[in-house]
Design a protein around this ligand. Structure first.
Ligand code: FA5
Length: 348
């Protein structure tokens, strides 16, 4: 077969092969292209025969070679477009969305009920110009007890036995050490001290419906000139009404804390029995939520604060007790068990 016939045949067979291709044939298309138009492909091979042709025939056949190359290049480009379109179509089909299917429910988490209580109380106090201070859960005996007027042999230490790391380092039994730490740093020339400090505390208490060996308190402290018991009572009444509503009954009982004088304990009427007496309130009709009092002059003096000039009040409230009263939770252990059925009831 002469060169011209071979060229014609290459063109026709390649066109026929291309016509047979349909669908997703990108790989075969590329292979055929290399076979026919590539550097070592059939067309290049046929070109080698040019030099054996007569002088007259060379330009004629050369022109034919160029034409065949143009025709085939175009044909390959066309086919590449078809392959690409088929690929996109297949992709669209495989990724098609059925918009009528029901959506998937995304479970949103929520803040733990104790965090919510703490943040609600913080908001109320921040609104009254209090600062929020962080304390240490691992405390020294010195700040937890001695600076709160509880020397080593003080019998009131028995009420707050705790977990000791060394003789001098312990898990704090209350948030009150933050009082001393903040008083140490406060500059009274700049104005009175008004702070709260929420956090976790630990005691060697036996767990029951209203007691846990670790729980949360919020400490409050106001020290300045002419601060009186009336300021304490007003502040406590305001916070309790904001948390529980106007008609909740409260009572103040005289009490004893070595770091306040006089001292009170504040009870709120039981959410379960309304005051008649039940297992939650231990038949008393009341649930104790906080301890408070006027800061003992010795506590002020130990921080170098002149107790003749300055006075103050302090309180420490139990966050779990607040949450229990607010939401009618009848067992404190629910807060710590991580049961979603419990936690999900308090979505904020
Ligand atoms: C104190 O801890 C004092 N530091 C409070 C205080 C601060 C008094 C400032 C005066 C001035 P008490 O031990 O009563 O006091 O605890 C305070 C509150 O923490 C209680 O009213 C109660 O709400 C809560 N609480 C006490 N023990 C437990 C416990 N085991 N489990 C859960 N809550 C508790």
């Amino acid at each position: 077969m002469d060169l011209q016939a071979q060229l014609e045949e290459l063109k026709e067979t390649t066109q026929a092969k291309l016509a047979e291709m349909h669908g997703d044939h990108a790989k075969e298309l590329q292979e055929l292209r290399v076979q026919v138009l590539g550097k070592k492909g059939s067309l290049t091979e046929l070109l080698k025969g040019l030099k054996e042709l007569s002088h007259d025939m060379r330009p004629v056949v050369g022109k034919q070679v160029n034409e065949v190359r143009d025709v085939l290049t175009k044909a390959f480009e066309e086919q590449a477009k078809i392959v690409e379109a088929a690929k996109i179509k297949a992709q669209l089909e495989s990724e098609s969305l059925d918009v009528t299917l029901p959506g998937r429910h995304v479970n949103l988490g929520n803040r733990h009920v104790l965090t919510q209580i703490s943040e609600d109380i913080e908001d109320i106090f921040i609104g009254m110009g209090f600062q929020v201070v962080d304390g240490f859960e691992v405390e020294t005996d010195y700040y937890n007890f001695e600076r709160m007027n509880l020397p080593k042999d003080h019998p009131a230490r028995d009420m707050q036995d705790t977990f000791y790391i060394t003789e001098e380092i312990l898990l704090r039994t209350h948030t009150s050490p933050v009082q001393a730490r903040t008083l140490d740093k406060h500059d009274f020339a700049k104005g009175p001290l008004k702070m709260i400090s929420p956090g976790r505390v630990f005691r060697r208490d036996t767990d029951d419906a209203t007691h846990s060996h670790q729980f949360h308190q919020i400490e409050g402290l106001v020290v300045g000139e002419n601060i009186s018991m009336g300021d304490l009572k007003g502040t406590l009444e305001m916070i309790i009404k904001k948390m529980f509503g106007e008609d909740r009954k409260i009572r103040l009982r005289p009490s004893y804390f070595p770091f306040t004088e006089p001292s009170v304990e504040v009870d709120v009427s039981c959410f379960k029995c309304g005051g008649k007496g039940c297992n939650v309130c231990k038949k008393t009709g009341w649930i104790e939520i906080l301890g408070a009092g006027m800061v003992h002059p010795r506590v002020l003096e130990m921080s170098g604060v002149d107790s003749e000039k300055y006075s103050g009040f302090a309180f420490g409230l139990g966050q779990e007790r607040i949450a229990m009263l607010r939401y009618g939770i009848n067992d404190i252990r629910g807060f710590y068990q991580g049961d979603m059925r419990f936690s999900e009831q308090f979505k904020s």
